[in-house]
Design a protein around this ligand. Structure first.
Ligand code: PRP
Ligand code: MG
Length: 213
């Protein structure tokens, strides 16, 4: 039996739909829905694992999956050792620092000694280190933008897409730390047989992306 390439896709959230769409545009149809954590492609040697975003870098590292469609920001935070085969051009966002609108803000130095709520501690720490700034990080996994309003933090770091979550929570974006989009990431443990399948898939993905330009 020939091997199948194992791809991780976000289980739910903003990457899920576009990830399945790009596979579909590549002529890879997945025969059952999101209710199952695993699904097979009908016409391509590929199986899909629906996983939580934050878990995907570790699955790639361990070789439990061969490839993944994931936000570059998640790789930067948790998997900067993992290779990117192709940027995919969707789910564009920024990872930014924000503070309450009413806070007077001059420069990144204003974060010295401040409390920052975030799900991206490594990204924030690396950024602030460049400026020699030490802040107090509060790691939370979601609804980060509420933290200043409930007195948990002076500022936040999170992804910004349309900016509407910042707006609704009376926050202003003050530092863009990085820009991100969905990427196809590859496990360092992918074997040669599956690398051949990956090359076929990449060929199709690149053709699709070219058509979208
Ligand atoms: C994400 C992210 C931001 C928001 C950015 O949250 O954490 O809060 O989207 O998008 P916007 O700029 O278009 O408003 P999500 O809604 O995925 O929920 P979570 O933070 O609770 O995981
Ligand atoms: Mg959020």
């Amino acid at each position: 039996m020939t091997k199948k390439i194992r791809i991780a896709i976000q289980k739910s959230g903003r990457l899920n739909e576009d990830s399945l769409q790009i596979l579909k545009d590549c002529g890879v149809s997945i025969d059952n829905g999101r209710d199952q954590l695993k699904a097979n492609a009908a016409n391509f040697p590929l199986e899909v694992f629906y996983l939580r975003n934050g878990d995907i870098p570790q699955y790639l590292r361990d070789g439990v999956v061969d490839i993944a469609i994931i936000g570059e920001n998640v790789l930067i935070e948790k998997g900067d050792d993992i290779a990117i085969a192709q940027k995919l051009g969707f789910s564009k966002c920024r990872v930014s620092l924000a503070v309450p609108k009413s806070t007077k803000y001059d420069s990144v130095k204003d974060f010295e000694g401040k409390k920052i709520a975030t799900s991206y501690p490594n990204t924030v720490m690396n950024y602030l280190n460049q400026f020699g700034i030490k802040a107090d990080l509060h790691i939370i996994n979601g609804s980060v933008e509420i933290a200043p309003n409930i007195g948990l933090a002076d500022g936040i770091c999170d992804i910004v897409s349309s900016g509407s979550t910042l707006f609704k929570n009376n926050l202003k974006e003050v530092e863009v730390m990085l820009k991100s989009e969905a990427v196809l990431a590859v496990s360092p443990k992918i074997d040669t047989e599956r690398q051949v399948i990956l090359d076929k898939l990449l060929f199709r993905i690149r053709a699709v992306l070219k058509g979208r330009d």
